[in-house]
Design a protein around this ligand. Sequence first.
Ligand SMILES: [Zn+2]
Length: 336
Amino acid sequence: MMLTALKHAQLRISRLDRTVITAVVLLSSVFPVELFPNTLPASKGLDGQYSGKQGQVLVVKVQGEEQATEVKGTFLSRTIPFFREFRPGEPTGYIGLLGIDMQDDPGTHELAVEVKQGEQAKQLSFNILVAKEKFAVEHLNLPKEKVDLDEKAVARWKAEQEQVKEALTENSRLKLWHSNFLEPVNGKRTGIFGSVRIMNGKPRNPHNGEDIGAPMGADVAASNDGVVRLTVDHVFSGKGVFVDHGLGFYTMYFHLSEVLVKDGDLVTAGQIIGKVGATGRATGPHLHWGVKLNGARVNPYSLLDLPFKNGTSHANSIATPMPETPSVPEVVPIKQ
Ligand SMILES: [Zn+2]
């Protein structure tokens, strides 16, 4: 008898436990703030809002954090390091360069920022409105062997992709650039960043950089200070240079006829690193200028608008204003 009574009591308690747990769970979803004042994050987007188009770079500011040991953002699974920036007449704070990838989904996404101060961490949340960019459609007719790769060429291309991926994972944790970014070559911008490419009638990957038409052998300058992370001679990009500017910021220069730097070289803004060519998959001399910013493929020309104007300018920088919507010929004879 005693045993049965005890069992009944245990059963009642366990039922009571379940009821209490269920009530807490239900209540916490209805009154989350009152029940758990310290565990829930602030509403999304509470700390501000930024907007930009696919392929653009946004300058995000976090103000008033004097003693932070680390400031880091997360946007669509990409990590955005923030750096200290002093600007005359502006409150002190940190700046993060957020690249909107050319294929990020349009709509509102959260940029979550963590500000660490020793053991303590503060969370901030920004809304990022991504607007759709109208990319051009390019119809290209190239020799069949340049488009449809045989097995051997596919294997080579895959190995090259791996080599680049590996080299770009070791990005410098320091900010290496000190001044404004420069256009790397004096030439004609074709405006085909992000264009949808139809080669010999078949859709291909979108064009992930900007092509600048320039004469064979023209000087190609580094867009900014950095370290040469990789020099290559690849099936599509031809002879190319990858410059690491620090904090996950890379610029790339492809189809060169000559590479004048080697892996590990330190370069300064405007330094000549190669010559314009038509190596790799190109049908005429031009520079393919690409940018990767914390994993996002952004329009290199968006770098020229970044507010780092305190450095020295260079003879290679071009003052010609660029059209807002560049005219794109239906068939562009130069490509990567
Ligand atoms: Zn290109």
